[in-house]
Design a protein around this ligand. Structure first.
Ligand SMILES: Nc1ncnc2c1ncn2[C@@H]1O[C@H](COP(=O)(O)OP(=O)(O)OP(=O)(O)O)[C@@H](O)[C@H]1O
Ligand SMILES: [Mg+2]
Length: 258
């Protein structure tokens, strides 16, 4: 089993404190969902975990199986088994989608134990079929000209190929049509195992109808302010966030000004 532990995490961007003490523990075998109004720090948390250079950790810790993640470079974090599916995936010209995935897979393997081209192609074909993706997508430059939905589907393809220990998926459902939503959910559900943990950032219960989370958290003011089980997401869907603000005496849920 692997465990990602985030303790009292404070993160600053250009002198503005965005995260103000996030506590969260994700074990493999578990699916967590983070919900919360716009501008409350959800994507910032994802970026900080993956080591985006713009985000400065000023306090607290992130560890993966006891190893200090904050001491790791971005590529080391990926090699350690962390994966980020971004809200807005970037386009990388000159690198094909297939090459990118093969390099990422091999980076997680010992030297001399690289995946053979045959085996890679077999795996890729299988997974692209699950995700109902056209073969040619693998040979195109990474995300270049991909539609919004294709980018999201492709993030799940990468996830299924790279097989990280812990994945953070930021709004993987945004911009997906109904069929794509089902396909992407099916991919994530196939990943469910004792060796895989996931943090899904989403605004909508809709996705969680297909992927049942074990834990649901609400983020406000740069903190996790409430946690519960699956039922919490249903309550948010029907009642919104106001009751939490009343319960906790929060007036402005955003991270506020510097
Ligand atoms: N690079 C940056 N420079 C300045 N401010 C930033 C930067 N990144 C994030 N912020 C600010 O931090 C706050 C939290 O942003 P974040 O993207 O984490 O919110 P979010 O919870 O993911 O919102 P959404 O649900 O709209 O995606 C926002 O006010 C945002 O403007
Ligand atoms: Mg966001």
């Amino acid at each position: 089993m692997s465990t990602l532990v985030i303790k009292d995490l404070h993160v600053k961007i250009e002198d503005k404190e965005i995260l103000k003490g996030v506590d969260l523990t994700i074990n493999t075998g578990e699916i967590h969902a983070i919900m919360g109004p716009n501008g409350t720090g959800k994507s910032t948390l994802a970026s900080a975990i993956m080591g985006h250079p713009k985000y400065e950790v000023t306090q607290g810790s992130i560890t993966l199986d006891g190893e200090d993640v904050l001491e790791m470079e971005v590529d080391e974090r990926a090699r350690a088994g962390l994966f980020l599916g971004m809200q807005y995936p970037s386009e990388i010209s000159g690198v094909t989608n297939a090459d990118f995935m093969r390099s990422a897979m091999n980076a997680r393997r010992e030297e001399g134990d690289e995946i053979s081209l045959m085996k890679f192609i077999r795996e890729l074909d299988k997974k692209m079929e699950v995700l109902d993706m056209e073969q040619e997508m693998a040979q195109r430059y990474l995300n270049e000209g991909f539609s919004g939905g294709e980018k999201k589907r492709n993030e799940i393809l990468q996830l299924m190929m790279i097989q990280p220990k812990i994945a953070i998926l930021d709004e993987i459902d945004s911009g997906l049509d109904i069929d794509a939503l089902k396909v992407v959910s099916e991919g994530i559900n196939q990943m469910r195992s004792e060796n895989f943990g996931c943090l899904i950032i989403t605004h909508y219960q809709r996705l969680l109808n297909y992927i049942t989370p074990d834990h649901v958290h609400v983020m406000m003011q740069g903190r996790v302010v409430k946690s519960g089980g699956e039922e919490l997401s249903h309550k948010l869907e029907s009642e919104g966030y106001d009751w939490i603000k009343v319960e906790l005496g929060i007036e402005d849920e955003t991270v506020g000004q510097a």
